[in-house]
Write a protein that binds this ligand. Structure first.
Ligand code: ATP
Ligand code: MG
Length: 325
């Protein structure tokens, strides 16, 4: 019998996805010697054989020790969803730049110097490369008003401000402390779509109402259809394929038939059944199971695996010795 393969799941507070996911993978994988369980990590060494063939990471952005483990696990051959190196490097401003390069519409966006720094930074000596004061007129001239001031990384709508004037912008900016912020053209949307994206190919567009309370935002009574659906799928695929995320959501605000990508840095997307609703939850379970089983079997490789320079060095076939040549 082939060697047993274990799929590990790392989770935070969520409770509705983990159980059904582990059960489904265990049912489908049993005949092939593939099992799934909650990962249990604590103090592994740099030479340890990897216990997990695949790790599904839904929380390392909040638990840095997990990320340290995951980076080493990647080098040792474990497939991690999503690539911990890229997730750590990724930022919203970079993603806006990438979307422009890829021909996907995004709001006009500016990245701003931080409001505050750690005490060891002093304005006279440490910040000589920074323009001061900022030219707020020029900044707002580019984005227009109203505009959205939001963190360059982050989630959960924390520190997202909608500002209607330069005065409101400065008042909001003054509250942002050590965070790097972006200022973005506010898209006054007439429609809004969130796409759940699994395995970089499977895209499920769902109508979404950001103005509703959290658990009522996914609107299943009005499916996204026709040209809008096609465009959302195409653009979301373009973005996740370029970013290499196997698990992500991509959000679009629609204004005058143009889909503007608003937030596509969601590598641990909301999978709770009460929020995405039962049918969509079933779709996610299916696609996630297929994805991890494919990786565990070795049928597929993560797209980024051999793009890391250190991977090529560490896994290079030894060059033949002169005797063998
Ligand atoms: N440029 C924009 N134009 C219009 N609305 C915006 C814009 N940027 C953000 N928003 C609104 O603010 C919400 C939160 O912004 P964003 O998604 O970037 O933050 P987040 O903290 O990553 O949110 P989430 O936890 O939902 O991923 C969006 O869902 C959208 O409704
Ligand atoms: Mg987000």
């Amino acid at each position: 019998m082939a060697q047993k393969k274990v799929i590990g799941l790392l989770i935070g507070r969520e409770n509705t996805f983990p159980g059904p996911f582990l059960d489904t993978v265990n049912q489908r994988g049993a005949a092939e010697g593939i099992s799934a369980e909650l990962a249990v990590l604590g103090g592994t060494s740099e030479v340890a054989e990897q216990y997990h063939a695949v790790l599904v990471d839904r929380i390392s952005h909040e638990v840095p020790y997990y990320r340290a483990h995951l980076k080493s696990a990647v080098l040792m051959g474990t497939t991690v969803i999503n690539d911990p190196f890229w997730w750590e490097a990724d930022e919203k401003f970079f993603e806006c730049t990438l979307a422009r390069k890829l021909g996907v519409a995004v709001p006009k966006t500016i990245v701003l110097p931080n409001k505050q720094y750690i005490p060891d930074i002093d304005q006279q000596r440490s910040l000589r490369n920074l323009q001061f004061p900022l030219d707020w007129d020029a900044i707002v001239n580019y984005t227009g008003l109203p505009a959205v001031l939001k963190p360059n990384t982050g989630g959960g709508w924390k520190d997202v401000f909608i500002v209607n004037s330069i005065e409101e912008l400065i008042t909001a900016y003054d509250q942002t402390g050590l965070k790097t912020m972006i200022l973005q053209e506010f898209i006054n949307w007439d429609d809004y779509i969130r796409c759940i994206c699994i395995g970089r190919q499977h895209v499920l567009p769902i109508r979404y109402n950001p103005r509703a309370p959290f658990h009522e935002r996914y609107q299943i009574s009005h499916p996204v259809e026709g040209r809008l659906r096609e465009q959302a799928i195409n653009d979301a695929r373009t973005l996740v394929e370029a970013l290499g995320y196997d698990m992500d959501t991509v959000e679009f605000a629609v204004r005058d038939d143009v889909l503007y990508a608003i937030d596509f840095l969601n590598p641990a997307p909301d999978f709770d059944n009460f929020s995405i609703k039962e049918d969509n939850f079933g779709w996610v379970l299916d696609r996630m199971c297929d994805l991890v089983l494919g990786y565990a079997r070795g049928d597929t490789q993560p797209p980024w695996r051999d793009e890391h320079r250190w991977w090529k060095h560490a896994h290079r076939a030894p060059s033949p010795s002169p005797m063998q040549a």
